[in-house]
Ligand binder design. Structure first.
Ligand SMILES: Cc1cc2nc3c(=O)[nH]c(=O)nc-3n(C[C@H](O)[C@H](O)[C@H](O)COP(=O)(O)O)c2cc1C
Length: 252
């Protein structure tokens, strides 16, 4: 699946929470393993590992179970959660485009046998299986999302930022705000209040990585070259109530 296929998947994907209890074929699981090897990191200096484990190795904690889970592990370093979001969103889109149901989930927890599959720190998982509900959305109207004006003040970037607007996020919080220009964008994350910080604080950083990956795909679709970097000035001057995450230079 190429990046244009992943871009197209953005406009149809949805979280799937109801699964057939049968397992995916060995061939499909092997294809999934192969695409894990091709994941692109946002921050290449952070070590990550991804493991497929069976449903029995997960404590679902009230969530419906799925036959397979894709677990993300990372070393703990500045930006590691944003990096995991950026990488695992490639799998969310790949799986959706490939006909496999999937859902980001922070609530279920791996049992110790699953944690033992990596020496790195467990971060988050994706459910995987044959869907027992619609796999895709039929139209953009089926997405419950903020309007473009609620997530940016940059003029004339509707098409470029549409994939960011449609990105999935924990509790559908859509914590992103983007300032700057069509050529230089600064991504900020809403600072959760103290109570919310306990539940969604770390997931919001994963959300930001997801949004950055959607921008990456959109830029490629529109033939632009993308460079991610930290901008010291932007880091000091975001909208109030938001913290700085990343800047993006777009050329072409
Ligand atoms: C980091 C993260 C954690 C999430 N955790 C859960 C979860 O524990 N349980 C759940 O049912 N959905 C979870 N979700 C799915 C979101 O609720 C879902 O993506 C959002 O409501 C948007 O809906 P959509 O994915 O169908 O577009 C999570 C999503 C993200 C990105």
């Amino acid at each position: 699946m190429n990046s244009e296929d992943l871009y197209q998947a953005v406009f149809r994907r949805k979280s799937v929470r109801n699964y057939d209890s049968s397992t995916l074929s060995l061939e499909t699981l092997q294809e999934i393993e192969n695409s894990i090897l091709k994941l692109t990191p946002l921050y290449p200096d952070i070590k990550t590992e991804f493991r497929i484990v069976p449903g029995e190795l997960i404590k679902t904690r009230m969530m419906k179970s799925s036959p397979h889970y894709l677990l993300a592990f990372s070393e703990k370093k500045e930006g590691h959660r944003v990096n995991v979001g950026f990488m695992l969103q490639q799998m969310d889109l790949y799986l959706s485009g490939r006909g496999v149901g999937t859902c980001w989930q922070g609530i279920p927890q791996p049992k110790k046998e699953a944690l033992a599959t990596s020496s790195l720190d467990y971060q988050i998982l994706l459910t995987m299986g044959k869907p027992q509900e619609a796999l895709h959305r039929g139209s953009i109207q089926e997405f419950r999302r903020k309007s473009l004006r609620e997530i940016t003040d940059i003029p004339d970037v509707e098409e470029l930022l549409e994939p960011v607007r449609l990105a999935p996020s924990s509790t559908n919080s859509q914590p992103w705000y983007i300032t700057g220009s069509a050529e230089l964008m600064h991504f900020y994350c809403r600072q959760p209040n103290r109570l919310k910080a306990l539940f969604v604080g770390k997931f919001n950083q994963i959300d930001m990585g997801i949004a950055l990956y959607h921008l990456n795909l959109s830029a490629e679709h529109f033939g632009k070259k993308v460079e991610f970097f930290k901008d010291d000035v932007a880091a000091q001057s975001g909208p109030s109530g938001y913290y700085y995450v990343e800047s993006v230079r777009l050329e072409g």
